[in-house]
Design a protein around this ligand. Structure first.
Ligand SMILES: C[S@@+](CC[C@H](N)C(=O)[O-])C[C@H]1O[C@@H](n2cnc3c(N)ncnc32)[C@H](O)[C@@H]1O
Length: 247
């Protein structure tokens, strides 16, 4: 792993582990939406959220609600990379009765423990959820069979070498499998030197690609972009839903 990737991984792991220990979630004194308010604003199904204890939501940091798209794609197996507390996977097991198994990978042991505790408190859980701690900046092959869907909800822009990541993901996808990413794409160039600063990567902007750069990284791994949908435009970025498949 190169030096920048190693520093990025270390800084993000520390940051998310610290966040996992913070009782009321991230940035309590700052007036940004979080927890249940954030999830409702992003369009997560309110009745499902309200059927769960509110502490489930304090450590969720999604970029978007992926559930409507995942229901449409109808996967039997899902791998969530940068899953955090694995709330998306957990909600998928409630909404997709045909699911067989789901896997989550994250670098933060603190967030993964929150996810494991949630599962312990729900003994009637039937779909298997397996959570692994691993660093996606040095992710090659994991002990996972190939899957129908790979989800990255807010973690893609935190990975340094995206072309290399796509090569690994291609090997983890079933032939008809798809990759669903929620993250920012650039609508304008970032100021010179902006992406050299680790701090600018922490909230998903420093590592943002333009649509052309994304397309290049995707095709270098034998994959193709199926669709890019703008969910919100906040120049110099747009919050996007990106669907990718094998060529
Ligand atoms: C914006 S949060 C999204 C979390 C989750 N998808 C959600 O919706 O709550 C980004 C996540 O990516 C994880 N992450 C960042 N860099 C990582 C890396 N190199 N390897 C594995 N996970 C990483 C963080 O620990 C964090 O849980």
């Amino acid at each position: 792993m190169d030096e920048f990737s190693a520093r990025l991984s270390r800084t993000l792991r520390q940051m998310y582990n610290q966040i996992s220990e913070c009782e009321s979630g991230l940035l309590k004194p700052v007036a940004i939406d979080r927890g249940l308010t954030l999830l409702k604003k992003l369009g997560y199904p309110v009745s499902l959220l309200e059927s769960l204890p509110p502490e489930n939501f304090d450590h969720a940091f999604p970029l978007a609600n992926p559930l409507t798209k995942i229901i449409e794609l109808d996967p039997k197996t899902i791998l969530d990379l940068g899953c955090g507390t694995a709330l998306d996977l957990f909600l998928c097991t409630r909404l997709l009765p045909q699911l067989k198994h789901v896997y989550g990978i994250d670098a933060s042991s603190g967030l993964l423990d929150k996810g494991r505790n949630r599962l312990k408190n729900i003994p009637e859980q039937t779909v298997g959820i397996t959570l692994f701690e691993a660093d996606l900046n040095q992710f090659s092959k994991y002990d996972i069979n190939s899957v129908d869907l790979i989800l990255m909800n807010g973690s893609f822009n935190l990975i340094h070498n995206k072309a290399k990541l796509f090569q690994t993901l291609s090997g983890l996808l079933n032939n008809a499998g798809q990759i669903l990413i929620y993250d920012f794409l650039l609508t304008e160039s970032l100021p010179p030197g902006f992406s050299d600063e680790i701090d600018n990567w922490l909230w998903n902007i420093g590592g943002a690609l333009s649509a052309a750069e994304l397309s290049e990284a995707v095709s270098s791994a034998g994959l193709e972009i199926i669709s890019i949908d703008d969910l919100e435009r906040i120049d110099p970025v747009a919050r996007c839903q990106i669907l990718i498949a094998k060529k």
